[in-house]
Design a protein around this ligand. Structure first.
Ligand SMILES: Cc1cc2nc3c(=O)[nH]c(=O)nc-3n(C[C@H](O)[C@H](O)[C@H](O)COP(=O)(O)O)c2cc1C
Length: 327
């Protein structure tokens, strides 16, 4: 049997396949089913900062607060505690139910509120914390520098308060992704999760309205993450976890060859069911056997830019010949 053992952010895992943060892992039963189907680890559904804000606003509607800043802060604190209490309970119960690592996920948009919670999640048994930071750089008045600083201050706020490893899940919208990645690692991140797939926007041209795009990824979407995993592997001081567009064992193999330490799956489990995890793992093992790989460490990063004799191939953005050749 192939050796799939993996160490991700210092956490020992039986294999590199992680169930990404999503509603399938929003309950103890969901986590249990993923563990039974063979997952190496799960990342719980994120606790959203905006969700807590919404809870707070609901409480506020019942309390007269005009002009009372301290009272507002107090109520906000209650809202946060309510939202977080459910999440802490989920973490505690999930940890009791399964023996695989369970990683908490916090969706952060400001640096202020998470530091204390992160510690409480650690006390509830979280093996690690994934900070899902999603800031769209859409404001023309806001420089990339300003936005990057926000990422750093969210990370540092949490990092100074917990002993468990922290992963940062980001999108691809950075002016200089490689330098931001390096900076995040030097400021306390143990892993980068590349890349979050944001809410998709579409337009209905008959009704002339905005509509939600397709919720789930397609296998073709693997390429952005594959490119950046292969470029960054071995070049920055932290682990890389691949997410978006991995639907089968070959997707997992590609990401491991590119240099990912772990590979996260979500859409494919909605499509084929949680039991699909077992198929992915057995097909990965067959592929390893075919290529005479006995362990993941034998081929992880084999096709990263760092290991390549032709690193320039990884930086090619325009295939002039093939583009010109297409009739
Ligand atoms: C229904 C659904 C809910 C999700 N919820 C979260 C979430 O709470 N936090 C998060 O970081 N990512 C969330 N994601 C994103 C996934 O974790 C994953 O990064 C993304 O779907 C890309 O992976 P995939 O191509 O395997 O689907 C969600 C995705 C889906 C489809």
């Amino acid at each position: 049997m192939a050796d799939l053992n993996t160490i991700y952010m210092g956490i020992e895992m039986r294999n590199p396949l992680v169930v990404a943060s999503c509603s399938l892992v929003n309950s103890v039963e969901g986590v249990q089913r993923c563990a039974d189907a063979g997952a190496g680890a799960v990342v719980l559904k994120s606790l959203f900062e905006e969700q807590i804000e919404a809870d707070t606003k609901e409480i506020q509607r019942h309390v007269w607060l005009a002009g009372h800043t301290e009272a507002y802060d107090y109520v906000r604190q209650i809202g946060i505690q309510t939202g977080e209490q459910d999440y802490l309970n989920l973490m505690e119960r999930a940890k009791k139910a399964v023996s695989i690592p369970v990683i908490a996920s916090l969706n952060c948009i400001t640096p202020t509120w998470w530091t204390d919670y992160a510690r409480r999640l650690e006390n509830a048994g979280a093996d690690g914390i994934e900070l899902n930071i999603a800031i769209l750089p859409s404001d023309p008045q806001r420089s990339s520098n300003e936005i990057e600083k926000l990422y750093y201050s969210i990370l540092e706020g949490v990092a100074k308060n917990v002993g468990i490893p922290i992963a940062i899940k980001i999108g691809p919208y950075f002016t200089s992704l490689a330098s931001v990645g390096r900076e995040l690692c030097s400021r306390g991140a143990s892993a980068l999760v590349l890349f979050n797939r944001f809410y998709q926007l579409d337009i209905n041209v008959d009704k002339l309205t905005l509509v939600p795009g397709y919720h789930f990824s397609t296998p073709e979407e693997i390429n952005i993450s594959l490119r950046w995993i292969s470029l960054l592997a071995g070049r920055i001081e932290c682990d890389l976890s691949a997410t978006t567009g991995v639907h089968d064992a070959m997707g997992v193999a590609k990401q491991l060859l590119a240099g990912a330490t772990t590979v996260q799956v979500c859409s494919t489990l909605y499509k084929h069911g949680i039991g699909h995890l077992a198929n992915i793992l057995s097909n990965l093992e067959s592929w390893m056997k075919k290529h005479h790989f006995e362990s993941v460490s034998q081929f992880r990063g084999k096709l990263s830019q760092k290991e390549s004799e032709k690193p320039e191939l990884y930086e090619r953005l325009q295939y002039v010949k093939s583009l010109v050749g297409i009739e």
